[in-house]
Design a protein around this ligand. Sequence first.
Ligand code: GLC
Length: 422
Amino acid sequence: MSVETRQRDSRLFAEAKRVLQSNRHTGRSPWGNRSFDFVCPSNVTYPFQWLWDSCFHAIALTHVDVRLAQQELLCLLQAAQPDGFIPHMILWEREKYLKQIASYSIAMLNDYLTATSQPPVLAQAVERVFLAGRDQTFLATVLPKAKAYYRWWIQHRDPDHDDLVAIIQPDESGLDALPSYDALLHMPTLDPDGLRQAMARLFGAYAPLRRDSAALIAADVFVVEDLLTNCAYAQGLRSLARLCRSNQEMDNAAEFDQLAGRVEHALVDKCYDEQRGIFFDLLGVAERPSGVVTVTSLLPLMLDNLDPAICKRLIEEHLLNPAEFWLPYPLPSVAANEPTFDAEAKTGLLWRGSTWVNLNWLLVGGLRRHGYAAIADELVARTLEMVARGGFREYYSPYSGAGYGALDFGWSTLVLDFLERI
Ligand code: GLC
């Protein structure tokens, strides 16, 4: 490693630590006088606690202070509901940011919690935090809520019992305006106002149904068996099984492993397009393949078990294809040859072509798991270079590496894993 690279890496390490520190919020909330201590995604744009962001923050924090990593998850789990549901946002300091809240398109469960969830990467975070500290008390404390959360997905989001879970809102995947969802969202214009109007229409249709999961799906307004959600779910179930084993819960471990196997199988069986050698989200109760190639079409690489022939096609025909994903700063969130591709979010809509650190992180893990270490290393190198150029931002241009969106963005600190070669 050259001196310049070493200096760059130590700068990135120090900056990541600074972001995690400066985004930390602590205090007491009027929400039942609970105390909070968490890292927000960005102080200016996103001053609350988000579910999947917090899971990524906890993973990044294992490089800084394992106690803080534990705290991040313990704080999040205060929002877990008796039926296992965990909301995608906790508005701890709601009163301080009312104007900000008014600008979001969100549906609420109560004044402080949203009514929808986010990709189930909780067990992956619990596993990383547990492995970093081997703290059995921490594990025993968080495991019941983690198990209940994954059971919530089974019980509430798989009414057709095909082992794939469904999301009911675009932001529930964490990928708000991913073009795969266009066919269901019907945005009147491709811009933030068009998205707001589409969300308002969705919320109107859902208003009488909010408390009834089966009715929300049966209404068939926005139902997606989403690749990111299901890959996160399957991978999370594997983590959960290992965690159960570490807590001497052998029956639960077997149950979660078995379910993970079924989800992995269903993903290939129902979402894989043999002709094109890639995966598609399934839209609506009728499960129509979206036909849109996005970075989530590659995410089955995250799975523990994937046919090596499928891995090879995903990587050689798509991930490494310069017409699709292998741009100077990969991986763009949408394939570059899709008509909707918008590399620098010129439409003002998110997840339509820019590169995001968390998805690269998920795919680096997948590439390593399936024996593609050299490609994983190259993706790591380009991601580090991108963050060094663009700073810790929300998303990046896949062409120039320039950073866009929120400043000091939390989950971009996942590069700490890359710096420590995990
Ligand atoms: C954006 C992202 C979402 C994330 C949130 C907070 O809305 O699309 O995935 O959780 O910001 O960072």
